[in-house]
Design a protein around this ligand. Structure first.
Ligand SMILES: [Fe+2]
Length: 321
């Protein structure tokens, strides 16, 4: 598949990397300044849907830059131009619905970072695509860095060949503790009532079971969810056989509200987790948000996170099957 396309100009951005021959992110700009309006963009996206989807798999990340995307309505129209199925978010981030398919990314404090993750890695069916739109770029910090997941597996295999295969063979177990109501003072403060869309415990349990979670109720009204045994890495169709680091061990391990261990209850060695966190950071691709940017990520191939930021910052999100 050719990268060049008469409907877009291929640009560059700060922090871009070439990984295994592919530029990440691929930056697509208007072919001419008078084609930067959202209507023109939507029309070329519709004409180039198949090409765009192939670019997204090939380059893992595509950044639309220089288009006049103004608000959640424009962002929603762009996502709907592709006709991909919408998905409901399930996870710990406190999020607010904005418009149709569009949500705030995370209402937790801007001063904190969000560790790299594949979106909804802990449930049975994760979204294939995660899209971000920058309405208000932060004055400082606040990047949404992302990481080619297969590179993490490659480097962990170089340093911990036996441990990686042992964890893979045994499988993982995660636990996560959620309050009953949303707590926006925490990055992971999403209440179970909101997360499962019900305040009925029996119904919440049924919904949890359907996505592969068990629950233990806590005296304070909160819940401990138990997920397992997912594998450490995964290979997805069409991604060059790359072995993705499709887990959330670093994010969940040894935290106040979460844990990650082997499925048989054995602890994962501290140095394995610590070094993995460093490798993920080293492999990360950082770019600076500009107003109107729309970033498409192949969630099967990339982890993403968020850097601490000064206010104001407004980045919206959509997830699709
Ligand atoms: Fe995320």
């Amino acid at each position: 598949m050719e990268i060049s396309n008469k409907d877009f100009k291929v640009g560059k951005c700060e922090g871009q990397k070439v990984v295994d021959g592919e530029t990440m992110p691929l930056v697509l700009q208007p072919p001419e300044p008078n084609k930067s309006d959202t209507e023109s963009l939507i029309s070329v996206l519709k004409q180039n849907k198949h090409w765009f989807e192939q670019m997204l798999i090939k380059n893992s990340a595509v950044l639309l830059r220089g288009f006049d995307v103004k608000n959640a309505e424009d962002f929603n129209d762009i996502i709907e131009a592709f006709g991909w199925d919408d998905m409901r978010y399930i996870g710990p981030a406190p999020r607010t619905h904005v418009y149709k398919r569009i949500w705030t990314a995370n209402e937790g404090p801007l001063s904190e970072s969000i560790f790299y993750h594949h979106e909804m890695v802990h449930i049975k069916e994760s979204p294939k695509k995660v899209m971000f739109f920058c309405e208000i770029p932060p004055p400082e910090g606040g990047q949404t860095p992302f990481v080619p997941s297969f590179r993490v597996t490659e480097r962990m295999l170089e340093e911990f060949p036996e441990a990686v295969e042992e964890v893979e063979a045994k499988g993982l177990k995660y636990t996560f503790t959620a309050p009953s109501k949303d707590d926006t003072s925490s990055m992971r403060g999403r209440g179970w009532e909101h997360a499962f869309g019900t305040s009925d415990k029996a119904e919440a349990e049924r919904r949890a079971k359907a996505i592969g979670m068990d629950m233990e109720w806590l005296p304070n009204g909160g819940v401990k969810t138990i997920m397992g045994p997912p594998s450490l890495t995964k290979v997805f169709d069409g991604r060059k056989g790359r072995r993705m680091w499709f887990n959330t061990v670093v994010g969940m391990h040894g935290k106040e509200s979460s844990s990650a261990m082997l499925a048989d209850g054995t602890e994962i060695p501290e140095n394995f987790v610590k070094r993995c966190g460093q490798i993920i950071e080293e492999e990360s691709i950082q770019f600076k948000w500009e107003k109107g940017d729309v970033l498409f990520l192949d969630n099967m191939a990339l982890l993403h996170g968020r850097r601490p930021s000064l206010p104001p910052r407004k980045v919206l999100v959509a997830i699709c099957k």
